[in-house]
Design a protein around this ligand. Sequence first.
Ligand SMILES: C[S@@+](CC[C@H](N)C(=O)[O-])C[C@H]1O[C@@H](n2cnc3c(N)ncnc32)[C@H](O)[C@@H]1O
Length: 249
Amino acid sequence: MLSPRLSRAEPLNYTRMCFLVNCLKRLKSSQQWLSRQKADPYVEKAKIYNYRCRSAFKLLEMNEKTNILTPGLSVIDLGASPGSWTQVAVQKTNADGSDKTKPKGMVLSIDKLQIFPIEGATIMSNMDFSTIEAHDKVIAVLGDKKVDLVLSDMAPSATGVKELDKDRIIGLCYMAIRFAALVTKINGNLLFKVWDGKEVPILEMDLERFYRNIKILKPKASRSDSSEKYILARGFKGIQRPLESGRWG
Ligand SMILES: C[S@@+](CC[C@H](N)C(=O)[O-])C[C@H]1O[C@@H](n2cnc3c(N)ncnc32)[C@H](O)[C@@H]1O
């Protein structure tokens, strides 16, 4: 048994030790993050092309393969902060009207965080999209208008518990699918992020009811050690009846 002196000193030492171990862990992971950023060609490229982050190249690459963004299209970008997908969407749809020879598009960007202004885009910051109320607010802004494309790069902040994190992103995916079904034009498209796992085939099956073509994409700019993938659902068929909250039955 420990002496009373030791047992009194023990909690303090243990707390300090945990604190130091956590500091070292954080230091190590931020050093790893920094060296990964330095070695990443997309980080440098994003600075050169004035994109807010490297994610821009994921969308550019997927667009090159699929041509989902063209001048004149209307786009909703969910989970848009800091805004590099919005920058790409504005350029490709001509939402800022910079090319007078082409039709002008529309981009509406939403995030629970702050998104600093981007010319040509309508911004809805500080909006948590995991609630049906948030969807209703956006639908009210759109009025009767439907959009050609819904993008979702939404990702929850990682808790470190893999299964929990996956469940949370799947929840966001169904939110995006539900919302897209309400605001997309017939034959419109949906592109969203998912983390690979056993839920993906179920998602694909659910999507087949509403879209003519489903494709999984893994752009080169998406890190190979990440389970991140994108699902592109093309050719929205329309819905027969209003969707219930969350998932449909
Ligand atoms: C990977 S980042 C998106 C990067 C963005 N596509 C870009 O290119 O700048 C994921 C974003 O999803 C947002 N997000 C996560 N959960 C959300 C929610 N419930 N509602 C709205 N945004 C959410 C986060 O705040 C974060 O900004």
